[in-house]
Design a protein around this ligand. Structure first.
Ligand code: FE2
Length: 273
């Protein structure tokens, strides 16, 4: 059953107050602690002018240094950050074009917010439907520890219904547990998200799933995100790159990265001799 967080606290708070609270009172290594911050995030909903003021300020500023820390391409807008988190506003377009991603007819940049793609996230985040009817999500859960991490691997996905948040409602997406497929809202909508950037000792993978076949379709995080850099460095046969990769191969906290690099570096040195 989906744990939709109702918003009963009508006292508004400012973005600055929310950031201060998150810095002082929330442990981003703990899901329970992140969920408890919904009280304050919910209060931000009742400040109905903060986002307008933020955007207006940026517009007047000439957008000169717009989004210097935004790791997410539009439609996201970075609102603030702290030690283990950042806050973003996300624009959800009402469109029926999302299926174009799979027909190759679209040149639109795809990112992890792409509609119609079943995926999890390798970090926790709390979302608030701030404006509009909001997107709809088909939800599943899975056990991360039961997945080895190979494309084509079978995964037991558990149907968890549909998620649709009314304005002001919130939901905590649990890292490597909730799988969601997002569908466009009926009219343009905005969510405010508190994203955890807490880095656990072992960087987990993020998966894209083939729901029809209950399989891993792609691996986004962990080694999957860095493999092309390693491959390029090996191809270039630079001694300094090799030395750095040997160091990563022995010290990386990611077992898959260690195994991949050891195999690649061994093969490369064998081919040289
Ligand atoms: Fe997502």
């Amino acid at each position: 059953m989906l744990d939709i967080i109702r918003n009963d606290n009508g006292a508004p708070c400012s973005l600055e107050e929310l950031i201060e609270y998150l810095n002082d009172s929330v442990d981003f290594s703990c899901q329970h602690s992140i969920r408890s911050s919904a009280d304050m995030l919910g209060r931000l909903y009742f400040d109905r002018s903060f986002l307008t003021n933020y955007v207006l300020h940026k517009l007047k500023d000439g957008l000169s240094e717009f989004e210097p820390m935004n790791r997410y391409t539009p439609p996201s807008l970075m609102l603030g950050h702290g030690k283990d988190f950042f806050i973003r506003a996300n624009l959800w377009r009402a469109t029926d074009l999302y299926s174009a991603h799979y027909t190759g007819k679209s040149h639109e940049k795809t990112d992890i917010n792409v509609y119609g793609l079943a995926h999890d996230h390798n970090f926790d985040f709390l979302t608030l439907n701030y404006f509009g009817p909001g997107y709809k999500s088909k939800m599943f859960t899975y056990e991360y520890s039961k997945v080895v991490g190979a494309v084509g691997e079978n995964v037991e996905l558990h149907d968890n219904g549909y998620l649709q948040l009314s304005e002001g409602q919130m939901y905590l997406y649990r890292k490597n547990f909730d799988v969601h497929i997002q569908y466009p809202p009926t009219s343009d909508s905005i969510t405010i998200n508190i994203m955890s950037t807490f880095i656990p000792p072992r960087s987990p993978n993020q998966y894209v799933f083939d729901i029809a076949n209950s399989q891993v379709l792609d691996i986004v995080g962990g080694l999957g995100r860095q493999r092309h850099v390693f491959d390029m460095a090996i191809l270039l046969q630079d001694p300094e790159c090799d030395a750095v990769m040997r160091r990563i191969a022995s010290k990386s906290e990611c077992a898959k990265t260690r195994a991949y690099l050891q195999k690649k570096l061994t093969r490369a040195s064998t081919e040289e001799t």
